[in-house]
Ligand binder design. Structure first.
Ligand code: ATP
Length: 240
């Protein structure tokens, strides 16, 4: 299995059939970097991530994994190339136990390694390993969803609103696990999240979308220092 070292969005337009949700999106994420995507509801954040895994339509431009175009690559091949994806909502099987959920993600990979990686990052999942998906709290379900992506050992991981619907304390716990995963495994992250403060503190780079267009792509500290007005316009944030 390859481990993707970079993903490049090159002038990407994407959408659904006749609908174009984003256009002209360009940014490059290297392995080990943390990027965030910010924007109001409907700005095109999910569509941007989904285009990389083939769940929205790549209508123009290109997305490259380690310099290779994903056009014509089925989703499983993108995963095999080292692209991980944690979709919005929780991507787990309610009828399977925690352990079965983790093992079902690796398809033929080494199961002892997968469980060790998952349980080291998320000790709570080890305690719940025999519980079914529906017996887990919201936070545990989200941890399991992330674990299922991490055990495929992606080089780049796309996370779509992993904190949605979680209580503040649980949000903090999930972010601590994501931070550990990013630094200990060196995984490059692209995080879409409504919690702007979380994105600004976790990500050293950020893309700001407004009505499907990039209004900023670059360092988070520069955005904070020089473009506060832009943040306020794009996401209604008053104070940074
Ligand atoms: P949110 O914060 O609400 O999740 P978002 O920034 O992730 O929003 P997207 O979900 O990418 O935004 O939506 C961008 C645009 O594409 C919106 O106008 C939305 O209505 C449209 N859209 C999203 N999914 C579909 C779909 N399956 N078919 C057609 N249009 C869609």
């Amino acid at each position: 299995m390859n481990v993707a070292r970079s993903i490049e969005y090159r002038q990407v337009s994407a959408g659904y059939g006749q609908t174009r949700a984003v256009s002209g999106v360009s940014f490059t994420v290297q392995r080990g970097e943390r990027w965030g995507v910010l924007g109001r509801n409907g700005a095109g954040k999910t569509t941007t991530l989904a285009a990389a895994v083939g769940l929205s339509e790549l209508q123009g431009g290109d997305i490259l994994l380690d310099g290779v175009s994903v056009r014509g690559m089925p989703s499983y091949q993108r995963a095999r190339a080292g692209l991980g994806y944690v979709p919005q909502g929780r991507d787990i099987f309610a009828s399977l136990t925690v352990e079965e959920n983790i093992l079902s993600a690796i398809r033929g990979g080494k199961s002892s390694d997968a469980l060790e990686v998952a349980y080291t990052l998320f000790p709570r999942l080890k305690e719940r390993r025999r519980n079914g998906g529906t017996q887990l709290s919201g936070g545990e379900q989200q941890m399991l969803s992330i674990a299922r992506a991490v055990v495929t050992r992606p080089g780049i991981l796309l996370l779509d609103e992993p904190l949605e619907g979680l209580a503040p304390k649980v949000r903090q716990e999930v972010m601590e696990s994501i931070t550990r995963m990013a630094s200990e495994l060196g995984v490059g992250c692209v995080l879409v999240e409504q919690y702007v403060d979380v994105v600004l503190s976790f990500c050293e780079h950020v893309v700001v979308l407004e009505s499907g267009q990039v209004v900023y792509a670059g360092r988070t500290d520069t955005l904070r220092q020089e473009h506060a007005q832009l943040l306020e316009n794009a996401i209604g944030l008053r104070k940074i």
